[in-house]
Design a protein around this ligand. Structure first.
Ligand code: SAH
Length: 371
């Protein structure tokens, strides 16, 4: 698979979505029904079989062609020979004793591993998926980025995380957040494709309103995303009320000033009507004092959205410390007094490998693959 081209100015130039696996065979699960029809026509098969195959893949969650019992043996054989059907292998599982949250480590066909999380809330089951193997955004407190970007995930590999978890838990997934490893806007085409496939009528048909994409703030992609005609929630990783502090936590802040990022978010709201989420990880002594809370209130006071406060999850490679309970409460109270909706992210699965990317990282270290 071709990697996206990274230009000198840091911009990513993608070469369209990835519709082939690493051996060059068409990756059926990443394709729309229309694309499947076209492929079948090319293969000399009946194009109307596309709907059946699509439903086997995305509704019945088949992991082999053999399972597709409504297809002729000849068609199954031909698909087996000429195309690719992805699936994930469970490489590790941890279940939280505190809240039942499950973290999965999945192995991809090329041997890379990714992690996904399953969380139970009163409003339904939520899955947090990864969008890339690793990440190249370099946020200082994040474990996913420590080894850089390995590669983008294809739409099928994002779908597989949800499908595998639904099968492993035996429970319907109702919400998906793209908040695992990776920067979704740095894998734009495949992520948008994933969002369309997972919400399609002949697939799991998960409401777009129950899908959230979290970004560190890639401005051109946010603007483009606003025009996709999707109804998904955009979450912005803000983490600071001004560029000066933001730059100390997030290298991307050197490229896109807050003003441009927030303008793009406003545009997203105006275009889609979807309220925004602002994520703010509280780091002791870095971004958690009341002056910063006040500045944050001023900054986002005019937005339709809410703030999600996350006490930073310390990783051993960095010496950031989470804010104390009192500081978190005071920060929250000040925002609320300014009329801003605030939630403190319930710390799910705290006992099973902490922040995103930590489980994969510890796996790689154990396997001696860590760099
Ligand atoms: N690349 C996307 C998705 C990443 S993870 C983004 O930047 O939004 C989802 C959220 O978790 C982001 O807000 C990210 O900044 C935050 N995060 C990552 N590591 C964390 C940690 N150790 N503690 C608290 N929040 C963390």
């Amino acid at each position: 698979m071709e990697k996206p081209e990274i230009r000198d100015n840091g911009e990513v130039h993608e070469k369209g979505p990835d519709l082939r696996d690493s051996t060059g065979r068409p990756d059926l699960k990443s394709m729309t029904q229309e694309e499947l029809s076209a492929l079948f026509a090319q293969m000399g098969e009946k194009p109307f079989r596309a709907k059946q195959v699509y439903q086997w893949l995305h509704q019945k969650l088949a992991v082999s062609f053999e399972q597709m019992s409504s297809l002729s043996k000849a068609l199954r054989q031909s698909l087996e020979e000429k195309t690719s059907l992805t699936s994930l292998k469970v490489a590790g599982e941890r279940i939280s004793k505190i809240d039942g949250t499950r973290k999965y480590l999945f192995a991809l066909e090329d041997g890379n591993v990714i992690e996904s999380v399953w969380m139970q809330y009163h409003h339904g089951n939520s899955v947090c998926i990864s969008s890339q193997v690793g990440c190249r955004m370099g946020c200082r407190f994040c474990a996913s980025t420590l080894d850089g970007l390995e590669r983008n995930l294809r739409a099928s590999e994002m779908l597989d995380q949800v499908y595998s978890i639904q099968k492993l838990t035996g429970e319907r997934v109702s919400n998906i957040v793209i908040m695992g490893s990776g920067e979704p806007m740095d894998n734009y085409e495949n992520v948008v494709r994933f969002l369309r496939l997972i919400s399609s009528e002949d697939g799991l048909n998960i409401s777009q309103r129950n899908l959230t994409v979290s970004t560190c703030g890639l401005v051109p992609q946010i603007r483009r995303f606003a025009q996709e005609g999707l109804q998904v929630t955009l979450a912005l990783s803000l983490h600071a009320p001004n560029d000066q502090v933001r730059k100390t936590l997030m290298p991307i802040a050197n490229r896109y000033p807050l003003k441009e990022v927030l303008d793009a978010c406003r545009y997203y709201y105006e275009t889609t009507g979807r309220r925004l989420t602002f994520e703010y990880s509280l780091v002791r002594g870095v971004n958690d004092n009341l002056q910063e809370a006040r500045a944050l209130a001023r900054l986002i006071g005019g937005f339709h959205g809410h703030v999600n406060l996350i006490p930073v999850n310390p990783i051993k490679e960095r010496d950031f410390v989470e804010s104390g309970h009192r500081a978190v409460q005071d920060f929250k109270n000040l925002l609320e007094k300014s009329g801003i909706n605030v939630t403190i992210r319930r710390e799910m699965g705290r006992d099973i490998g902490g922040a995103c990317g930590q489980l994969r990282k510890s796996f790689l270290e154990k396997e001696g693959q860590g760099r």
